[in-house]
Design a protein around this ligand. Structure first.
Ligand code: PLP
Length: 448
């Protein structure tokens, strides 16, 4: 590859997501990634990186699986596209729906396809509002989300997202979306025990619902573990509390499983890890291990009984809903996860190993907390272990460590003062050992 000419084309014509284009220009352009195999990536200059982020939390079965390539090629040849709008389906769209139903939590067994997590969450807003409208309660349209949540970046899902800097243009968040605090003990729970902090977060949630008026609320949405917010694992009892509040006020519970789904937390879904009984879940990313764009809203029970088991149509869908090539790849992906017992391995063996090895970093002077479950984790950096005061300016240290990791062959991501990890589920113990050592060595460069 001619790296400099690719960089030049990219800088001239390609606007990157979540980037300051002028910063990319001043840094001379972005790194060009050209190949992947297992947990590794290679760039255009032949440098190898261990992908500690699994792409964007999505390469669950690792790079380079030929079975997925073959499934895509077969489907491309046979039928590259047909829609599912007008009383037609394809074998793979139907088979994949049944396959997702076979593993979904809480008996959820109805599938609506979209192409991304953002679109699936837009779909979920519509599903929840349509549910109440069909029941003669159209005023129940508010959606309660949380601070530090990431649910996507379309206008609808970006409204559910709980980051202020994504609400910096007029009209976002859309009307009738509200955000309650979510537990983040390290940063927001100073002076509280974990239990007190959990109770505080649940009280704020209930307060938000009462402020909006429960009779106006359609649904609550939350990630079992907030991923892009900094791998914020819920304190013990938190989800039981959320569930009780939703039941008390008859509010639909949506779990956004876009990161947590397909084995990341050590079970098929984060809902199972935290004993949540959702009405709807959002899936994307790991559904196809990121090989092709596909997502699914999965529902059942009372939502299905109103929206599918009674007459009435939903005027919603995408040209590529249930795209046959993406569906064929997702189907093969789930079959590999099942056949190779990859989810069980995360839950029983490699997830606990990863968490234990990362927690050894707690003796490092710059590490305040290590959070995580399965193969997702955050290493919270601090210069004040006792007082937990945030680093000034926020994210400066984490970004510097992240950049050094990137330079020395390890991908990670800085979220405020933490570094987050979400490696492919097929990572080995030796690869984890290397990751932890590289991180420690790099952290050592910033002591003092
Ligand atoms: N929901 C969660 C929990 C996510 O982490 C993401 C993406 O990171 C999304 C939704 C949005 O998915 P997409 O980027 O495919 O639109």
């Amino acid at each position: 590859y001619d790296t400099s000419s690719i960089r030049a084309l990219d800088l001239s014509h390609h606007m990157h997501p979540f980037a300051d284009q002028q910063e990319l220009v001043s840094e001379g352009g972005v790194r060009v990634i050209t190949r992947g195999e297992g947990v590794y990536l290679w760039d255009s200059e032949g440098e190898r990186l261990l992908d500690g982020m699994g792409g964007l939390w999505c390469i669950n079965i690792g790079y380079g699986r030929k079975e997925l390539v073959e499934a895509a090629a077969r489907q491309m040849e046979e039928l590259p596209y047909y829609n599912t709008f007008f009383k037609t389906t394809t074998p793979v769209a139907a088979e994949l729906a049944a396959e997702i139903a076979s593993i979904s939590p809480n008996g959820l067994d109805r599938i609506f396809y979209s192409n991304s997590g953002s679109e699936a969450n837009d779909t979920n807003i519509r599903l929840a509002r349509l549910y109440w409208t069909r029941l003669g309660r159209p005023e129940r349209k508010a959606i309660i989300s949380r601070h530090n949540a990431y649910h996507g970046s379309s206008i609808g899902s970006g409204s559910l997202t709980g980051f202020d800097d994504m609400h910096d243009i007029a009209g976002v968040p859309i009307a009738d979306v509200h955000h309650a605090p979510a537990p983040f003990w390290w940063r927001d729970g100073r002076g509280q025990t974990v239990e007190e902090h959990c109770a505080w977060a649940l009280d704020r949630l209930e307060e938000t619902i009462l402020h909006v008026g429960p009779e106006n609320v359609a649904a609550f949405i939350g990630e079992p573990v907030q991923g892009a917010g900094g791998v914020l694992t819920p304190p013990p009892g938190y989800w039981q509390g959320v569930q009780e509040i939703c039941r008390r006020y008859d509010i639909l519970l949506i779990c956004d499983e876009v990161i947590c789904g397909f084995g990341r937390t050590g079970q098929w879904f984060g809902s199972q890890t935290y004993a949540i009984e959702p009405d709807i879940i959002t899936t994307a990313k790991g559904l196809s291990s990121g090989y092709l764009p596909i997502s699914a809203s999965v529902f059942g029970g009372r939502v299905a009984s109103v929206l599918m088991d009674k007459p009435g149509r939903m005027n919603h869908g995408y040209t590529c809903s249930g795209h046959p090539v993406a569906a064929a790849v997702a189907l093969e992906n789930i079959r590999i996860l099942k056949r190779e017992r990859i989810v069980e391995r995360v839950g029983e063996e490699i997830g606990p190993y990863f968490q234990a090895r990362l927690r050894e970093l707690l003796d490092h002077p710059l590490v305040g907390e290590v959070r995580g479950v399965g193969l997702m984790a955050a290493v919270e950096l601090t210069r004040d272990k006792e007082g937990r005061t945030p680093i000034e300016p926020v994210s400066s240290l984490a970004t510097s460590v992240r950049n050094l990791c990137f330079k020395t062959g390890l991908t990670t991501r800085a979220v405020r003062d933490s570094l987050v990890f979400s490696p492919p589920l097929v990572i080995s113990k030796d690869e984890i050992d290397w990751l932890v050592k590289r991180l420690r060595d790099n952290l050592n460069q910033f002591v003092g």
